[in-house]
Design a protein. Structure first.
Length: 385
């Protein structure tokens, strides 16, 4: 632990659900002492996100976001609880929250108050839409950020209905941006000796993810849609599906036709230029769909790869988790938990000198209250009731 990149860094974690917890988990994975403050009796909302855990308070969603942290149960609205928080802040390097704007201030834990206690404190805030402005007090949530950032409106085919992206991309990307902010602030503190407030929002993270598309719109007034490129698409095979990206080659259509064992359509006037390809994409894809349906996924992948074309099978999550590459990359972590064996996805950042393990399995609510209060020289009974 003493050699981990963030060993010696203490994080006081007020976060819940996903954006905040995924950020503090990464800090914890690389050695930070993350003390997770939870509401007595209920705790983080993600503890009960799925109604399938007989224990009620340690489900898989919570486990996926809260390894390597120490949970303490604390009534932060009581005088005793407030005193504990302030004592923790005096020992901390970082405090993280993802409440709506103004909540921490009403609790008496705003940046202005806490920085007086600890001028070196890095105060990290995750919001839905920003600290100020017309949406600052609006409840932030992943799907809302998809909608308000323009991401949901953009799809590979305008004929497709608007829909919700089923993975919490906004929460995850904002959480990773929050980690970056904390690490940058720690580096700057080494130079200045002082902490600072940093903030990340779901909206900003989703806008940042569209950086190429946004620049094209603002500078040229044109749309860039990588999913709508005429030589890219998802095609069903006789036993599954293949995704094909026809790009980064002198004549990708010719090579696709070679792989599919059909005439060279790049010589067809309908497909002879990028403009014509866009105009006649539906006709081209109809030809592709008929051909792909005539063979298996394995057959077409082999044929496409012979032509050095970018392609992959379309897999289920179960298949992806069981893939040999996933296992070789060390992306599955397992450990004996408090209720059952924990199996979760690991960190995508692989450091040879700091491998990520489950040092502390996801905690029961308040499991470390006594230990943390003892470190502060306090009794549990006055703080966590």
């Amino acid at each position: 632990m003493n050699t981990m990149p963030l060993s010696g860094v203490r994080v006081i974690d007020f976060t819940q659900v996903m954006m905040g917890p995924v950020a503090t988990q990464m800090l914890a994975d690389y050695g930070a002492d993350v003390i997770k403050i939870e509401k007595p009796g209920s705790g983080d909302l993600s503890r009960t996100s799925l109604p399938d855990d007989p224990a009620g308070l340690l489900g898989p969603v919570y486990c996926s976001l809260n390894r390597n942290k120490r949970s303490i149960a604390l009534d932060t609205r009581s005088a005793e609880g407030r005193a504990v928080v302030l004592k923790l802040i005096a020992t901390a390097d970082v405090v993280v929250n993802n409440f709506r704007a103004g909540v921490m201030e009403r609790l008496g834990f705003g940046y202005d108050e806490l920085s007086k206690i600890n001028p070196r404190l890095i105060y990290a805030v995750g919001t839905g839409f920003g600290l100020t402005g017309p949406y600052s007090h609006k409840g932030g949530q992943d799907v809302l950020a998809q909608a308000m950032s323009g991401t949901m409106h953009r799809r590979s085919d305008a004929a497709l209905p608007l829909s919700i992206y089923p993975t919490t991309f906004a929460d995850y990307s904002a959480g990773m941006h929050l980690v970056q902010g904390v690490l940058l602030a720690l580096l700057q503190r080494d130079k200045t000796g002082r902490g600072q407030r940093i903030s990340v929002s779901l909206l900003d993270s989703m806008l940042a993810a569209q950086t190429q598309e946004a620049a094209a719109h603002m500078m040229r007034g044109r749309e860039v849609n990588w999913g709508a490129m005429p030589l890219s698409g998802v095609f069903e095979t006789s036993d599954g599906a293949v995704v094909l990206v026809g790009a980064f080659k002198a004549n990708p259509l010719r090579d696709i036709c070679t792989a599919l064992e059909i005439d060279d359509l790049s010589q067809d006037g309908r497909f002879a230029s990028h403009g014509q390809l866009l105009k006649n994409k539906a006709a081209l894809h109809a030809i592709f769909r008929t051909r792909f349906k005539a063979g298996t996924t394995a057959h077409w992948l082999a044929r496409l790869e012979e032509q050095d074309l970018l392609c992959a099978p379309v897999r289920s999550l179960a298949e992806a988790l069981a893939d040999e590459q996933t296992l070789i990359n060390g992306m599955i972590l397992e450990a004996d938990g408090e209720v059952e064996r924990v199996k979760v996805v690991g960190s995508p950042v692989h450091m040879e000198a700091a491998p990520v393990t489950i040092r502390i399995p996801p905690s029961r609510l308040g499991q470390y209250t006594d230990a943390v209060l003892a470190e502060l020289g306090l009794a549990n009974a006055t703080a966590a009731e």
